[in-house]
Design a protein around this ligand. Structure first.
Ligand SMILES: Cc1ncc(COP(=O)(O)O)c(C=O)c1O
Length: 391
């Protein structure tokens, strides 16, 4: 094939952005996630990031990161198995495992990488993986790469899941995979019941708690605490880049499995370790959560409620959410972009989800009001939302 022909295959269709006059993606941010952020030179309010607890610019977290840079520099220029396994790394693994109440943990450069690496290390063509049909791309891509048989179950539907489990015989291992909070909606998995079904049918549960860690549970320890799941025997993954306000991904569970992954998970073994500043920053966030979670969570809940009420008053249709997320059902990709544009023009940054992140024609405009915002700012957002709804 001519090279010109090859490259022609990848030209981007910009008609949606051109037609609606707005492209909500790759907006240039010129500041940190402060009360007001700078976007393309304009001051805006951030309801787009996953900075749930508002700790991404917390002075104590920044100070911890700065001190780590001063002591260790900016990179260990190696994988954890070689030169990257800092004392900070080991300490954070121990703290994360104990935070979520499991035996051990490993940390990878991202949760996308953790989810990808996990499945290709533990599953193969002899196995069956049953997965919620709304599961995140990182889980789906990881599962596909493992070459296992895949069966999706209807979103959060226990009856459908059980039906599949009943018919799943003859596999080496059956896994059931889901997320805690489905972030395009805010819906919460009935994970306790899923774990019980797994026990009945001898399947292994795997939960991605990326949007639950630091948010759910009475002390922010995530889905296992939220749903009082004791003695969890399955596997747990989470991102450190959302409520934990840094970056990286963790896999946690039984000691034997985690020790195995330390040597046999290529996505960990062959990838440069997280930077010292991120390791120290995450540790600082964990200690803030341990001392201040109650107060921070209260703000998060109050803000979500205020935004929810303004959206209802503005006549918007919302997805049923059980998390600090408000998600507007915005329909087609055109109407999703247009709604995102209206909010953008009024100084509110939101997240626009269109296919393939959501089913075709079932767009979402998501708003997350982080706990770092002031009450006055949230009130300002609520007024804007009502105005847009009425216009
Ligand atoms: C449910 C879920 N899992 C995994 C990821 C990936 O996490 P990370 O950003 O750490 O790669 C995300 C991020 O969007 C997510 O929402």
């Amino acid at each position: 094939m001519e090279l010109r022909e090859f490259y022609k295959r990848f030209s981007l269709d910009e008609s949606l952005a051109v037609g609606t006059g707005h492209n909500p993606y790759y907006l240039r941010i010129d500041s940190g996630l402060d009360e007001k952020i700078q976007v393309n030179g304009h001051e805006m309010i951030d309801l787009a990031s996953n900075n749930y607890l508002g700790l991404a610019t917390d002075s104590r977290v920044k100070q911890a990161a700065i001190e780590a840079v001063q002591k260790y520099g900016v990179s260990l220029c190696g994988t954890p198995i070689a030169t990257g396994y800092l004392d900070l790394y080991q300490r954070l693994e121990e703290k994360l495992a104990s935070f979520v109440g499991l035996e051990e943990a490993i940390i990878l450069p991202s949760c996308y990488q953790a989810n990808n690496g996990l499945f290709s290390s533990i599953a193969g063509p002899q196995d069956l993986i049953i997965v919620d049909r709304y599961a995140h791309s990182s889980l789906i891509q990881g599962i596909k790469a493992a070459g296992s048989k895949i069966r999706p179950f209807l979103h959060n539907n226990l009856e459908h899941l059980e039906g599949i489990l009943q018919r799943s015989r003859g596999y080496r291992q059956v896994f059931v995979v889901t997320e805690s909070v489905f972030s395009t909606e805010g819906s919460l998995a009935p994970f306790k019941e899923i774990v019980q079904l797994c026990e009945t049918y001898r399947a292994l549960p795997i939960i991605d708690d990326s949007h639950g860690i630091g948010v759910l549970g009475k002390s922010g320890r995530g889905i296992l605490e939220e749903q009082r799941i004791e003695g969890y025997q399955g596997i747990y993954t989470a991102s450190l880049g959302k409520a934990l306000a840094n970056s990286g991904g963790m896999i946690s569970g039984k000691k034997g499995l985690i020790d195995y992954l330390k040597y046999y998970c290529p996505h960990l073994v062959y990838s440069t370790a997280l930077t010292p500043s991120v390791l120290a920053g995450t540790e600082a966030v964990l200690s803030i959560i341990q001392s201040e979670f109650g107060v921070i969570k209260q703000r998060l809940v109050t803000y979500q409620q205020a935004i929810y009420e303004s959206l209802i008053e503005g006549g918007f249709t919302l997805a049923a959410s059980e998390a600090p997320i408000n998600s507007i059902q915005s329909g087609s990709k055109e109407s999703t972009f247009i709604l995102a544009k209206k909010l953008y023009e009024q100084g509110i940054l939101c997240t626009a989800f269109i296919e393939p992140s959501v089913p075709v024609g079932d767009g979402r405009v998501r708003l997350i009001a982080g706990a770092n915002l002031r009450q006055e700012t949230v009130a300002e957002v609520a007024e804007i939302i009502k105005r847009i709804g009425r216009s």
